[in-house]
Design a protein around this ligand. Structure first.
Ligand code: GDP
Ligand code: IMO
Ligand code: MG
Length: 429
C-alpha cells in the first residue's frame, strides 16, 4: 500500500476536493502542503455542499487532518472556516486538526498589498484571488515572515513585527496608503493567538510517527500544474509549487513518502483569472460548459473561462508532476454535445509543437490543433460503472489516455461523493 498525492493537472478547480473526499475513506490522514485560502474545494455529500479553502477535505469524514509548513495560513480565515464548517455539523478540534508550527502567516497587510497591486493597472493584472497569497510567500522567502510558532514567542514578536513593517511600510508609502502601526498589528495577533495555538504542532514529527505506523497518508494539492510558479503559465500563476514534488517539502517528509501521484483533470478545461488559455472558447459551447458545469469560482464567485480539453498542457503537467494515473472529472458536462474537440498539438508561428513553451509571448501565441471526436447523446451523469457509459464516451476517455500517456484511475460523473468509477486503486498501486 502506498501513500497518495492528489494534484491538479490543469488551472485548478479540477475537482480535487471531491476526489480527496472520496479517497479519504481509505486514508488514515489528509495533509495540505501548499497554497492557502485561495483554494476552493467543493464536496457534496448526501446533498449537503461543503466548501473548504484551508481545511483539508478529509475533515468532512472526520479524518485527522494536517496543514503543512508549505501552506500560508491566514489565522482569521482559518477560524472563520472552522466556525462555518462547524455549523454544518463538522467539529474541528485539535484532536483532528494539526497546523504546522513552522507555517508562515498571511496578515491583513498581505491582502492589502495583493489587492493594491491588482487594482493598480489592468495591464499587470494576474487576476489573483486577492487573499494575500503572493505577498505572504514573498515574505516567507525573504525571511521576514511571522510564523505560527511566533504567536507563542511574545518576547521575539516585537522585533519580528518591526522587521516586517520596515519593508511593508516603505512599500505602502510608495503606494500612497497609510502605514501599519506595529502596536495595532501585535494586538490583532494577540487577539487571535489563543484560537490558533491549540492546533499548532510539529507536523513533520506527527507525520513521521504515522508513517512508521504504516498509516495511509493522503496529500491534498491546491491549484493546478499550470498555476505552478515554475512549471505554469508564468507570471499568470500562483506563488507556490503546486506539483507533487512539493508534497514532501510542504509537509516535512521525504519524496519517497509521497507514493502514487494522482492527477485530477476535468474532461474539458477551465481557468479563472488572467493568462494564456490556448483552447479557450468564446462561442455557444463555452456558455454550455459554464452553465452546465456551474463554472463559477468557489472563492471569488468569478465566472470561469471554459474551453476544450488540452492534451498538450495536461501531458506536460503529468510529466512535471510525476503523475501515475488521473482522475477524470465532469465527463457528464459533455453529455449531449454532437461533437467534442481535443487539442492534440499547438501551432506556433506555423510550426507544429507538442509542448507548451516557457516564454510568455509564445504561450500567448500558440494556437490549438484539434482532433474532433463524436459526442454522445446518452447521459453519463451519476454513472457508477463503465457499463453505464455510452460507447462514444468511453472512446473519448480512451483517446485522452493515449494522448496524455497516462491511464484513467478514477472517473467522476457528478458532484456527489459516490458517483465515482474506480478503475485502479491508487493506494494499492
Ligand atoms: P477543486 O478546487 O479542484 O476542488 O474543484 P472545485 O470544487 O473548485 O470545482 C469543481 C466543481 O465541480 C465542484 O463544484 C464540484 O462539486 C464539481 N464536480 C466535481 N466532480 C464533478 C463531476 O464529475 N461532475 C459534475 N457535474 N460536477 C463535479
Ligand atoms: P483550487 O485549489 C483556480 C488562480 C487565481 C489567479 C492565480 C493567482 O480551488 O483549484 P493567487 O490568489 O493564488 O495569487 O492567484 O491563481 N488561482 C486559482 N484558480 N483554482 C484555485 O484553487 C486557485 N487558486 C488560485 O485565479 O489566476
Ligand atoms: Mg477550486
Amino acid at each position: 500500500m502506498s501513500n497518495v498525492a492528489v494534484v491538479g493537472a490543469q488551472w485548478g478547480d479540477e475537482g480535487k476536493g471531491k476526489v480527496v473526499d472520496w479517497l479519504s475513506e481509505r486514508a488514515d490522514v489528509v495533509v495540505r502542503f501548499q497554497g492557502g485560502h485561495n483554494a476552493g474545494h467543493t464536496l457534496v455529500v448526501d446533498g449537503v455542499t461543503y466548501k473548504l479553502s484551508l481545511l483539508p477535505s478529509g475533515v468532512v469524514r472526520g479524518k485527522p487532518s494536517f496543514i503543512g509548513n508549505g501552506v500560508v495560513v491566514d489565522p482569521w480565515a482559518l477560524i472563520d472556516e472552522i466556525e462555518r464548517i462547524g455549523k454544518l455539523g463538522v467539529d474541528i478540534n485539535p484532536n483532528i486538526l494539526a497546523l504546522a508550527d513552522n507555517a508562515s502567516l498571511i496578515l491583513p497587510l498581505h491582502r492589502d498589498l495583493d489587492q493594491l497591486r491588482e487594482n493598480a493597472s489592468e495591464a499587470g493584472k494576474i487576476g489573483t484571488t486577492g487573499r494575500g497569497i503572493g505577498p505572504a510567500y514573498e515574505d516567507k522567502v525573504a525571511r521576514r515572515a511571522i510564523r505560527v510558532c511566533d504567536l507563542a514567542d511574545l518576547a521575539a514578536l516585537d522585533d519580528k513585527i518591526e522587521r516586517l513593517l520596515t519593508h511593508h511600510n516603505a512599500l505602502r508609502r510608495g503606494l500612497g496608503v497609510a502605514e501599519i502601526d506595529g502596536v495595532l498589528l501585535k494586538a490583532e495577533l494577540l487577539a487571535v493567538k489563543d484560537k490558533v495555538l491549540p492546533f499548532a504542532k510539529p507536523v513533520w514529527l506527527e507525520l513521521d510517527r504515522l508513517r512508521r505506523e504504516n498509516k495511509q497518508i493522503l496529500f491534498e494539492g491546491a491549484q493546478g500544474a499550470m498555476l505552478d510558479v515554475d512549471h505554469g503559465t508564468y507570471p499568470f500563476v500562483t506563488s507556490s509549487n503546486t506539483v507533487s514534488g512539493q508534497a514532501a517539502a510542504g509537509s516535512g517528509m521525504g519524496p519517497s513518502a509521497v507514493g502514487f501521484v494522482l492527477g485530477i483533470a476535468k474532461a474539458y478545461t477551465t481557468r479563472v483569472g488572467s493568462g494564456p488559455f490556448p483552447t479557450e472558447l468564446f462561442d455557444k459551447t463555452a456558455e454550455i460548459l459554464t452553465d452546465r458545469g456551474r463554472e463559477f469560482g468557489t472563492v471569488t464567485g468569478r465566472r470561469r473561462r471554459c474551453g476544450w480539453f488540452d492534451a498538450v498542457a495536461v501531458r506536460q503537467a503529468l510529466k512535471t508532476g510525476g503523475v501515475k494515473g488521473i482522475a477524470m472529472t465532469k465527463l457528464d458536462i459533455l453529455d449531449g454535445l454532437p461533437e467534442v474537440k481535443v487539442c492534440v498539438a499547438y501551432d506556433l508561428y506555423g510550426e507544429r509543437i507538442d509542448r507548451l513553451p516557457a516564454s510568455m509571448t509564445e504561450q500567448a501565441a500558440v494556437k490549438p490543433v484539434y482532433e474532433t471526436i463524436a459526442g454522445w447523446s446518452e447521459s453519463t451523469f451519476g454513472a457508477r460503472s463503465w457499463a453505464q457509459l455510452s460507447a462514444n464516451a468511453i472512446k473519448y476517455v480512451r483517446r485522452i489516455e493515449e494522448l496524455i500517456e497516462t491511464p484513467v484511475a478514477l472517473l467522476s460523473t457528478s458532484p456527489e461523493r459516490e458517483d465515482t468509477i474506480l478503475v485502479q486503486d491508487p493506494f494499492a498501486s
